[in-house]
Ligand binder design. Structure first.
Ligand code: GTP
Ligand code: MG
Length: 370
């Protein structure tokens, strides 16, 4: 249900909070400044005080930001988006680095100067794969809670010398809950004491049956440090992607998700975004969470400026007024007025929630309630 704090209600009417409290008191309701009241009560109070009330429902503001399904026939194949998960020190970063160094699209050796939270590589067969270098399981969960599905495939990294560990199990659960297929990469097979067979049987206990044990889960033994079987892993990803038949319509306003965002001293707010549908272009007006901006520049994972970005392409956006948050969904809107309407509404929501929370002396996170 919609609520508002006494303070915020007073602010919006440009009245004193004490007068609002007084009025409530007359009606037999004892409230403090940070207490929340429901929208109906707020409307009565506002009208009593001589204000006209225009109630803006979330659905009014958020309507049309994210369209329903793409039209039949308009969608074309798009690269899969892959997240690497697994237990601490099992080699996630090493694996990503190894894949990136050998396969970055049109990358020159040692030419990786910039950290970007997502990037694209080419498989041996020539198809593209987008990797998200996720900061961890929490980010994955947070995105899911906010209704954002950023990944198509999870590569589960399990160190052959260590086996299935607590965070391996967690990753399995996350992927299953999100309905995302898993590819198992048994890493560190170069190591003495590597026991890939043991990993396979341990995975059975988590209801993950790999192909060599008669199941359907794609698997590969790899070594990040020795660069063993990295092409095989990319092939499996391409195969899994074929099974998923991933498509998106590039000919529509862009929608996507913020992978990370920061305030850069020289460049201002910078958001790394994964475009999920449509094509993002310079000059587009975008909203993400409670921030908006006009796209001043788009920069790819090689640090090069590009004029547009289509489905599954990660790009940095320059031009936001403020930095959005990882997990925020991005949409292109018609004009600045619309962008302001949406973001001001969301900022207000956040303030109300924060006030309600501090009034109650803490509690659940804002993110979770969004
Ligand atoms: P966190 O980000 O801390 O969860 O770790 P991670 O999963 O990203 O592991 P990371 O890539 O940092 O690797 C951890 C350690 O394992 C490092 O010392 C790597 O050099 C080593 N390592 C990673 N892959 C391999 C491998 O294939 N073989 C061997 N022998 N060592 C590896
Ligand atoms: Mg790491």
């Amino acid at each position: 249900p919609e609520t508002i704090t006494i303070q915020e209600l007073a602010n919006r009417m440009a009245e004193r909070a004490v007068d609002v409290i007084r009025l409530l008191m007359k009606q037999g309701e004892m409230k403090k400044i940070n207490d929340v009241i429901d929208a109906d009560t707020a409307q009565l109070i506002a009208e009593e005080m001589g204000h006209t009330v225009r109630r803006v429902a979330e659905s009014d503001v958020e309507e049309g930001l994210f369209d329903a399904a793409d039209e039949e026939g308009a969608a074309v194949p798009r690269p899969p988006v892959v997240t690497i998960m697994g237990h601490v020190d099992h080699g996630k970063t090493s694996l990503l680095d190894a894949i990136r160094q050998t396969n970055v699209v049109s990358g020159e050796a040692g030419g990786i100067t910039q950290h970007i939270g997502a990037y694209q590589v080419k498989t041996p067969a020539g198809s593209l794969v987008t990797f998200i270098d996720t900061p961890g399981h929490e980010a994955f969960t947070a995105m899911r809670q906010r209704g954002a599905k950023a990944t198509d495939i999870v590569v589960l990294v399990v160190a052959a010398d260590d086996g299935v560990m607590p965070q391996t199990a967690e990753a399995i659960n996350h992927a299953k809950a999100a309905g995302v297929p898993i590819i198992v990469a048994i890493n560190k097979i170069d190591k003495q004491g590597a026991k890939p067979e043991r990993v396979r049987t341990e995975l059975l206990q988590h209801e993950l049956q790999v192909e060599s044990l008669g199941g359907e889960i794609l698997e590969v033994e790899v070594s990040a440090t020795k660069k063993l079987n990295l092409d095989k892993l990319l092939e499996l990803i391409a195969l899994q992607a074929e099974l998923l038949d991933l498509k998106a319509n590039p000919d529509r306003p862009a929608e996507g998700i913020v992978i990370e965002a920061k305030l850069d001293k020289g460049r201002g707010p910078v958001a790394t975004v994964l475009v999920q549908r449509g094509t993002l272009k310079g000059g587009d007006i975008v909203v993400a969470g409670s921030e908006w901006g006009r796209v001043r520049a788009l920069i790819d994972d090689q640090g090069k400026a590009v004029s547009e970005a289509g489905p599954s392409l990660p790009v940095e956006i320059l031009g936001f007024q403020g930095a959005p948050e990882a997990g925020d969904r991005l949409a292109v809107v018609e004009n600045e007025a619309r962008a302001r309407e949406v973001t001001e509404y969301r900022q207000r929501q956040r303030r109300d929630l924060a006030a309600a929370r501090s009034g109650r002396g803490g509690g659940g996170s804002i993110e979770q309630m969004m």
